[in-house]
Design a protein around this ligand. Structure first.
Ligand SMILES: CCCCCCC/C=C/C(=O)SCCNC(=O)CCNC(=O)[C@H](O)C(C)(C)COP(=O)(O)OP(=O)(O)OC[C@H]1O[C@@H](n2cnc3c(N)ncnc32)[C@H](O)[C@@H]1OP(=O)(O)O
Length: 364
């Protein structure tokens, strides 16, 4: 179903009242941006006379408002909600209540928000109470959303998470629903789903961008090797605890990680569960750039909106040139990783690790 969405007046009011609950001063630059967005959202483009040279404070505020040019009140309201949402989230609150969806078209899924605006299709994992862990239904929905994004008019596709986590990886309860055919059938079905999921990334034809808004675990980290840009907030972490879970790497990371960061660093992550900070992940080349949490959403989205104005065919063709020589290799790696995991999922090591998680004996 398609409908038009932007920040509602109610969301805007909610964002206003949440702003007053902030404990930390976000700094003058951010405060000015908030002021300007508020004025634009409530009064439209700046049309008041410029304050005199000596009226320093009002002149700076006027400049900030004027700098928004003619952006619509709807858009300003939405950006205001996004900015307040990121400030609230930075203090440990949930940004989900105030962050508005980009205006534009929206496809409806149970735990996925898929929207298209400004030539960008955004796929947002929307299960914040479970740290955006991916259920079997979500794997299928993400594949469908990627197939749709490949065909739509957008130039870039962005993947991100709602709330304080980017994604905690595979939902471990996917392995607790044993079908009548037993554990072997469950493992085979999970393998087919995983192969299909990873193929959707390998074959994705347009630039794919990860906006890593918080910690990432497991398959949410390994899949990053198949993205074209990875932007992370400074509070993001990157953890692939496969041996701890009795499992093995997926999403082609057994190939992409050594290529990106070298065998030694890849082994620390994929064999020995080393959790990286955003800065470490950037130094190793897994992350493109790290941003301060207070301005993360604002900086990243303004940059992506500019990129999305570039000529789409040129972008897609250049991506194909960069990636095409690797495609067959990546498919072969995906098949091999899936084969290994199907074995692992029937092992005692894996069974015991998942049981301990649900008996709350172990957390990563
Ligand atoms: C069917 C296809 C299969 C393809 C599989 C492909 C292979 C994939 C491999 C992986 O992705 S391996 C990584 C799997 N992920 C984990 O092991 C993470 C497990 N979670 C945790 O260790 C912690 O929850 C956390 C992520 C470190 C967060 O800890 P925090 O203390 O901040 O929050 P919690 O209270 O633990 O979490 C809130 C809520 O969410 C539930 N939850 C979080 N992550 C998962 C998860 N991955 N699977 C299932 N449930 C998860 C957690 O249990 C809490 O639930 P409630 O207790 O509130 O009901």
């Amino acid at each position: 179903m398609l409908s038009n969405l932007s920040a509602t007046v109610e969301q805007f009011e909610q964002a206003k009242s949440r702003l007053s609950t902030l404990k930390n001063d976000p700094g003058n630059e951010v405060k000015l941006k908030i002021y300007a967005l508020f004025k634009q959202a409530t009064q439209g483009p700046c049309n008041t006379p410029k304050p005199g040279m000596l009226d320093f404070v009002n002149k700076v505020k006027w400049d900030a408002w004027k700098s928004l040019g003619s952006i619509s009140q709807d858009k300003a309201r939405q950006q205001y909600c996004d900015l307040v949402g990121s400030l609230v989230a930075a203090e440990g609150g949930s940004s989900a209540q105030v962050a508005a969806q980009p205006a534009g078209s929206e496809a409806t899924y149970e735990t996925l928000l898929v929207t298209t605006e400004d030539n960008i299709t955004t796929i947002k994992l929307n299960r914040p109470t479970k740290k955006n862990a991916i259920t079997t239904e979500m794997y299928n929905d993400i594949v469908a959303a990627l197939e749709q994004a490949a065909k739509d008019d957008s130039v870039l596709t962005v993947f991100t998470g709602a709330g304080d986590f980017y994604c905690s990886g595979n939902d471990l309860s996917n392995f607790t629903k044993i079908p009548e055919g037993g554990v072997e059938l469950m493992a085979k079905q999970a393998g087919d789903l995983l192969r299909n999921y990873v193929n959707a990334y390998i074959d994705f034809p347009k630039p794919l961008v990860a906006v890593v808004n918080g910690p990432a675990v497991g398959i949410a980290v390994t899949a990053l090797g198949l993205f074209d840009l990875v932007y992370a907030t400074e509070k993001a972490t990157f953890h692939t605890p496969f041996s701890q879970l009795g499992q093995s790497p997926e999403a082609c990371s057994s190939y992409t990680f050594p290529k990106i960061m070298g065998v030694a660093k890849a082994s620390e992550m994929l064999l020995f569960n080393k959790k990286l900070t955003a800065t470490q992940a950037c130094e190793l080349g897994l992350v493109t750039e790290v941003f301060p949490e207070s301005s993360f959403q604002m900086e990243v989205w303004s940059r992506l909106k500019a990129y999305a104005k570039l000529p789409p065919n040129s972008l897609a063709l250049s991506k194909q040139l960069i990636r095409s020589t690797e495609k067959d290799r990546l498919h072969a790696v995906n098949d091999a990783e899936v084969e290994r995991l199907v074995e692992r999922w029937t092992s005692d090591e894996c069974f015991n690790a998942i049981m301990s998680f649900f008996q709350a004996k172990s957390k990563l």
